[in-house]
Design a protein. Structure first.
Length: 682
């Protein structure tokens, strides 16, 4: 500040300082406002993957199961070395036994391809199946979000995983197999469940394993949401996994008389007689909503608010506590800036125990059920009625179910309810059990549902999920990969082994999906050494090996490579090709007296030298753009004659306008010289 600008009198000095204080106060308020907005910013769900009993291998499988009202519980597996005859005893008092013969188990938990993740077979043998499963679903969650997992190294992405069956696998090994020593400490470590994912994918955000028993995966999600809002990471994986390698859980809960005799969770039903333990794995990929929009990622749903608390010194270490459940619900609503009337449904913990279910139902009635119009009740259901209690994977399973229900506009029914439990005063509030599927009512606001998870540890979690906002277009500046269309699009597949590539290629036979959608999805997946290209409708599958160091080169030919109507089909089927042709046509407009597009469609005047060269240039450039839209990145671009000019443009050494000028002038010069016998000198 110059001397002339400084206040001279006391009054002027006071006025000056008041202005400074006012400006500082305004800036402080602005920063506080931004901080508050960041602390409550909605979190987008941009990817999901899962494994649950009943053959559920994807969120779509999960939705089909709950929409069709199917039960995924079945007999104990015979391939785990359990002595099933000695294990079963109908008498709950018999030591070392359980009185149930059915539960929810995953198919083929030993089916793991270690080479895919760069893991040796010996190390894979020492790895807890929970580590293997979480690796698989984490990879899938990225791919399903349209993100190449192989390109994430050094990314600030967090991993928050729930786990409660720690060391179950290691203790199952009767003796240390030869060559496995040295891998058991990491293979059986709970911390490595999350660390393994971060290490394998090269993720450098927080990697945390959470064990709060049954609420583990929902607590992990809450921590992931918090980390995203605080800027600790840009994206986060959140979920949980449970695999039961020994029957210890069944034996223990049998002694407590807490196991359902038929292995099924009869949530909030009069017939409720205990829980049914199960296995599962689920993961969701999270991102701040503003980042998801800017990055062009599809938003499946939005996490509006979440909360975690503890029962404290309540009515028993393992007994649920109603007041604590009410408090966690209220806190989650406050964090979301919502009221109970803003939520349509609750995906409940709902384990099917005669003690826990009535306490949970009363907490829901005391919060969501109060001051609610009878014609718009709060709908209550539980995924556990379909697959059993998947323990550390239970909460995230409820999240995936809710996201799919929001997208389909349907609230699926809860199974095994003979009648609502008479231990609950259902008249205390407007809450109704989903004994039948219900269309999700439309309202003048987004649909919302809450998910509850309560741990035997006393740690409770509650998450509020909201319908994804509808955006006509991605936010300005979003990097959205081009999507070439048309039945001519090839289907590129690859695998880490020849057999894997062949299996993936043959699996595409008979698909009913749109060929262009399949092509775009496959083109944006990770690429592995063994590769094949499948054409829609062609049953021939050939797999070739790409050697390390192999690179793609674009080669542009000269005159003589043209054919009649060479661009007709692509102009109609590929927006990428059509847009490139239109761009070239505009560039040539001031230099030629014909339509490049018309010649590509009809082949008219292709015998003219001054026509064929601009048209061939356009064809070559537009074909290159199509290949680039499929993710092909050439290591070099070469050409002959006018192909050199196309190569220079694609390589970035020449602007399109300059390239068009050179091609047009060269073709006219060629025409002139050819009439004078000088064509060979051009």
């Amino acid at each position: 500040m110059s001397n002339a600008d400084k206040p001279s009198t006391n009054e002027e000095k006071l006025r000056y300082f008041l202005k400074q204080v006012t400006a500082d106060l305004h800036q402080t308020r602005q920063r506080l406002r931004e901080e508050q907005e960041r602390a409550h910013e909605p979190i987008a769900v941009v990817g999901m993957a899962c494994r649950y009993p009943g053959g559920v291998a994807s969120p779509e499988d999960l939705w089909r199961m709950v929409a069709e009202g199917r039960d995924g519980v079945g007999p104990f597996p015979t391939d785990r070395g359990w002595d099933l005859e000695r294990l079963y005893d109908p008498d709950p008092a018999t030591p070392g036994t359980c009185y149930a013969r059915e539960a929810g188990f995953l198919d083929d938990v030993a089916g793991f391809d270690p080479r895919f993740f760069g893991i040796s077979p010996r190390e894979a043998l020492a790895m807890d199946p929970q580590q293997r499963l979480l690796l698989e679903v984490s990879w899938e969650a990225f791919e399903r979000a349209g993100i190449d997992p192989a390109g994430l190294r050094t990314s600030r992405i967090g991993v928050f995983s729930g786990l409660m069956n720690n060391n179950d696998y290691v203790t199952r090994l009767p003796a240390v197999p030869e060559g496995v020593e040295g891998f058991l400490s990491t293979g059986g470590s709970g911390s490595v469940v999350s660390g393994r994912v971060a290490y394998t994918l090269g993720l450098e955000g927080p990697a945390v394993t959470v064990d709060t028993a049954c609420s583990s995966s929902l607590v992990a999600l809450h921590l992931a949401v918090t980390a995203l809002r605080q800027g600790e990471c840009g994206m986060a994986l959140a979920g949980g996994v449970t695999v039961m390698c020994t029957p210890g859980s069944f034996i223990e809960i049998s002694r407590q008389r807490g196991l359902a005799a038929d292995g099924r969770c009869k949530a909030f039903a009069e017939a409720a007689d205990g829980t049914g333990f199960s296995e599962g794995a689920g993961i969701v990929l999270l991102e701040r909503l503003s980042d998801a929009r800017r990055n062009g990622h599809r938003v499946l749903a939005v996490i509006r608010g979440s909360a975690v608390n503890q029962d404290g010194a309540s009515n028993g270490l393992t007994a649920p506590n109603g007041p604590s459940q009410q408090r966690v619900i209220s806190q989650a609503l406050a964090n979301a800036g919502l009221t109970t009337a803003d939520v349509d449904a609750v995906e409940a913990h709902g384990t099917g125990t005669p003690l826990g279910d009535p306490i949970e139902a009363q907490a829901v009635l005391a919060t969501y059920g109060r001051d609610r119009a009878p014609e718009r009740p709060l709908w209550l259901g539980s995924f556990k009625s379909n697959v059993g209690h998947t323990q550390a994977a239970a909460g995230v399973g409820g999240i995936i179910k809710v996201v799919m229900a929001l997208r389909h506009g349907v609230l699926p029914k809860t199974l095994h309810v003979d009648e609502p439990s008479t231990h609950v005063d259902w008249s205390a509030g407007a809450v109704r059990l989903l004994t039948e599927a219900q269309p999700w009512p439309e309202a003048d606001r987004p649909r919302r549902a809450a998910v509850s998870s309560f741990g035997i540890s006393g740690t409770n979690a509650h998450v509020i999920v909201e319908q994804a906002p509808e955006y006509a277009e991605p936010e300005e500046g979003a990097e959205v990969p081009a999507r070439p269309l048309g039945a001519v699009a090839p289907w590129p597949v690859s695998g880490t082994t020849e057999a894997a590539a062949y299996e993936r290629a043959t699996a595409l036979r008979g698909t009913t999906a749109d060929p262009a959608d399949v092509a775009w999805t496959l083109a944006n997946r990770s690429v592995f050494p063994f590769r094949s290209v499948v054409w829609p409708g062609d049953d021939t599958v050939q797999v070739t090996t790409a050697k390390p160091g192999d690179r793609v080169v674009f080669v542009f030919p000269g005159q003589g490579s043209q054919w009649v109507a060479m661009g007709r089909e692509l102009l109609d089927s590929s927006p990428v090709f059509a847009a490139s042709v239109a761009e070239c046509e505009k560039a040539f407009a001031e230099f030629v007296d014909f339509s490049v597009t018309h010649v590509l469609r009809t082949g008219e005047s292709l015998e003219r030298i001054d026509v064929v060269q601009p048209v061939l240039f356009t064809m070559m450039v537009s074909l290159a753009r199509v290949w680039q839209s499929f993710g092909v990145k050439p290591a070099a671009v070469v050409g002959h004659s006018q192909g050199e000019i196309a190569a220079a443009y694609i390589a970035g050494g020449l602007s399109l306008q300059d390239a068009a000028r050179v091609v047009a002038l060269r073709s006219k010069l060629w025409l002139t010289l050819s009439g004078k016998g000088g064509m060979a000198s051009v």
